[in-house]
Design a protein around this ligand. Structure first.
Ligand SMILES: Cc1cc2nc3c(=O)[nH]c(=O)nc-3n(C[C@H](O)[C@H](O)[C@H](O)COP(=O)(O)OP(=O)(O)OC[C@H]3O[C@@H](n4cnc5c(N)ncnc54)[C@H](O)[C@@H]3O)c2cc1C
Length: 408
């Protein structure tokens, strides 16, 4: 039986996240968009303290989880729900917020239980941290199997060499308190994609250097870094999961990261889309422009039709996203559903935010409102964690039963 009712504790938690989004993120949204890459120190401080407090809650919930009639706590689904709320506040600030981020998702997806406990320390136990995931290289992004970065075993260390670009939160993770970067590198070039493994490189490790931070269209408070690994040595047990190179599907372990991160990116998109939709709804109400539900489509005005289309598309993206996250929590393979959710949400958020700007005309285009910023922030959801086209390709392959050699 599928149940989309949120439990009372989840609703309570959502209210808390909404308060953070509304009262802490929205008021500084414009300022930190314009002061690209500057740290919103006050926001970070507040979030560190809030995270440390919230840290205690999952432990309590996990204990309760044993008694929950619906089974253990749906960790991935909850992450998607809270991500939407935070990105309703500000997607850039969400990505910059001190937490283990995409790096943490990679550890969760590929790490052993011991590695998860070691690298994902709780906030309440120590320094706050940022986590980043570095896959993309100057010569490859979509084709992640083509990465050139290498990890060579030398005694009780791996020695990593290569260049990573466009790494979200890369600078904060590599340079700030207790951060870490999860790096994809090949341990055996002859093995092709099966030789690719992920490694945790902790902040301050000699040989890891941030050499550039990108200036961008949107999510401008989030840093996007180029990181060079030059004879960067990490202990053997920083390789996530097994070091064994299995030609029968070894790459699937690394790719499992995307099954966890794509629903999160889809939820980010939905948060930004909902922000735009909510603004347009309020604006139309103020202007006394009615949205009449339940009447014949023939009698709808153009504005009503546009608005309802935006609502429907957002809801469809949300349902796909929740399904993908729910499947992961239930231990089901969700690779198809994660790509469906990501492709749909990335497309929908760009359409909704553009339509919102269009409906408000010059006001939408003006910097006096956040609509134009949301339009800029939206586009990245169509690019990172696999572009729109790549996710559609994955969906097509899975539905048609083709491999990457047959359909590319
Ligand atoms: C702000 C930002 C943050 C990012 N954060 C991260 C991060 O944290 N970690 C990380 O590793 N990377 C990150 N990236 C990189 C991002 O994931 C890649 O840019 C993306 O995967 C595309 O890869 P590419 O840049 O090599 O583009 P390409 O692969 O060269 O793609 C260019 C265009 O060609 C299309 N295309 C490519 N192959 C095909 C195909 N087979 N069929 C149809 N169309 C195709 C793509 O869809 C795209 O439209 C980030 C990028 C940005 C802009």
């Amino acid at each position: 039986m599928i149940d989309f009712e949120l439990e009372p504790q989840v609703i309570e938690r959502l209210k808390m996240y909404h308060a953070v989004a509304e009262n802490l993120m929205r008021p500084i949204s414009r300022e930190y968009d314009e002061r690209e890459h500057e740290d919103p120190d006050q926001f970070f401080q507040t979030m560190w303290q809030a995270q440390a407090l919230a840290d205690a809650a999952p432990a309590r919930n996990d204990r309760d989880g044993a008694e929950r009639k619906n089974g253990p706590r749906p960790r991935n689904l909850l992450t998607c729900i809270t991500t939407e709320e935070m990105c309703w506040g500000d997607a850039g600030l969400f990505l910059a917020t001190p937490n283990s981020g995409l790096g943490g998702a990679a550890v969760m997806a590929a790490g052993t239980p011991e590695q998860k406990a070691r690298f994902l320390k709780r906030f309440s136990e120590g320094e706050p941290k940022w986590g980043a995931m570095a896959i993309t290289e100057p010569q490859c992004g979509s084709d992640s199997a083509a990465i050139q970065t290498t990890a060579v075993r030398d005694g009780d260390h791996w020695v990593i060499n290569g260049t990573k670009i466009f790494c979200t939160a890369g600078q904060r993770a590599a340079e700030k308190s207790d951060g870490f970067v999860v790096v994809w590198a090949s341990v055996d070039k002859n093995a092709g994609r099966a030789g690719i493994k992920s490694f945790v490189v902790e902040r301050g490790t000699p040989g890891m250097e941030v050499t550039r931070v990108e200036k961008k269209l949107g999510i401008r408070v989030s840093d996007t870094a180029m990181i060079i690994f030059d004879n960067c040595r990490v202990p053997l047990d920083h390789l996530l999961g097994s070091a064994e190179v299995r030609r029968d599907g070894g790459f699937k372990d690394a790719m499992a990261t995307f099954d966890a991160t794509r629903p999160i990116v889809a939820a980010m998109a939905i948060g930004v889309g909902r922000a735009a939709l909510d603004y347009v709804r309020g604006f139309l109400r103020e202007q006394k422009v009615p949205i009449r539900y339940g009447i014949s489509p023939r009698r709808l005005t153009a504005v009503e039709r546009d608005f309802m289309e935006m609502e429907v598309q957002l809801q469809a993206a949300r349902l796909l996203t929740w399904r993908a996250a729910w499947m992961l929590d239930a231990g089901k393979r969700n690779n198809l559903e994660a790509s469906m959710a990501k492709a749909k949400a990335g497309l929908v958020v760009t359409q909704i935010t553009q339509k919102a700007v269009e409906l408000l005309g010059p006001l939408g285009y003006s910097r006096s409102l956040l609509l134009e910023k949301w339009m800029r922030d939206a586009k990245i959801n169509d690019i990172f964690e696999g572009t729109q086209q790549i996710n559609m390709l994955i969906v097509a392959r899975r539905i048609l039963g083709y491999g990457s050699k047959e359909l590319n």
